[in-house]
Design a protein around this ligand. Structure first.
Ligand code: SAM
Length: 287
């Protein structure tokens, strides 16, 4: 079994199996041991932890996880990678379960139940960027027992997750992430740390999940509908944006009256509202 996390051993494994990178699966493998150690430290993975890794690739980060965690479950969509993981790069470990599935289709709650008695797991992932948001939101919304999610994302997306009102990057993603977790950018990762090299720089962000949401709202789903509608038409005032939004069933007068009760001016835009204010606005619109 080769220790991965450097270009020489990565190329050797790829050649041994005649593996070709699949663009559609966003395959950019880590080749920097220093970065891998930092990710494990950022995730705070220790001997008692059960870790769910999404997209192990050839098992580079998985080796580090197996060395540090009690139990690792790795879900990989590409069936061509499975023999590499099973027969080669992870064959020395007895604390790994490899599942050949699309993470968006697998029953993660059942995995957590089976492998960790339903207790919170740590998710660690270096994902294709185009499925980052559906995966994170899927994990949160299906109420998988989670301790934290430590994930490699495009640098700009990490920024979007952790900013607050009044900044250009603030939006529905910031609010959704902050409702469920405390985001913290842990490190930036230059494109040269991957093979093949991606076009953008990346960052590792840790989302430490709240025990309970930081704000109370009577209808969580409705609040996210309001948030999405507010940012869909970013340049519009809330009165015009929410009043026109399809499927929301809200009249302009209701929005005006809610803003007045909140002590906010009629021309208020969504980008200036905090999460707590969106919760109050949603409850007022529901009255
Ligand atoms: N973790 C490895 C590393 O750091 O070197 C590989 C990272 S690579 C950016 C993303 C991995 O996710 C690939 O192995 C890809 O095949 C896998 N993947 C892509 N879409 C997936 C999905 N929907 N479910 C599970 N794995 C997926």
């Amino acid at each position: 079994m080769a220790t991965l996390g450097n270009p020489t051993n990565t190329i050797a494994v790829l050649q041994r199996y005649g593996f070709n990178f699949q663009k559609r699966y966003g395959q950019n493998f880590l080749i920097d041991a220093n970065i891998l150690e930092k990710i494990i430290a950022a995730a705070g993975v220790g001997r008692n932890d059960c870790v769910l890794e999404i997209g192990p690739g050839i098992g580079t980060m998985t080796q580090y996880l197996c060395e540090n965690a009690r139990e690792v479950v790795a879900v990989e969509i590409d069936k061509k990678l499975i023999p590499i993981l099973e027969q080669d790069t992870l064959s020395a470990y007895d604390n790994i379960t490899i599942i050949n599935e699309d993470i968006l289709k697998v029953d993660i709650n059942a995995i957590v139940q089976e492998k960790n008695d339903g207790k919170p797991v740590k998710v660690v992932a270096n994902l294709p960027y185009y499925i980052t948001t559906p995966i994170i939101m899927g994990l949160f919304e299906s109420h998988v027992p989670l301790d934290s999610i430590t994930i490699m994302v495009q640098k700009e997306v990490a920024e979007r997750m952790q900013v607050g009102p009044g900044t250009k990057d603030y939006g529905a993603l910031s609010l959704a992430v902050q409702y469920y977790a405390r985001p913290e950018v842990m490190l930036t990762v230059p494109a040269g740390c991957f093979m093949p090299r991606p076009n953008v720089d990346s960052a590792v962000i840790r989302l430490t999940c709240h025990d309970r949401p930081p704000v109370a709202v009577s209808d969580e789903k409705r609040m996210f509908d309001v948030i999405r509608a507010s940012f869909n038409q970013r340049r519009k005032t809330l009165v015009n944006g929410l009043g026109n939004a399809a499927g929301l069933n809200v009249k302009k007068e209701q929005v005006l009256s809610a803003l007045e009760k909140m002590g906010l001016p009629p021309a208020t835009r969504g980008e200036t509202l905090t999460l707590a204010e969106f919760a109050v606005l949603t409850d007022l619109l529901n009255e």
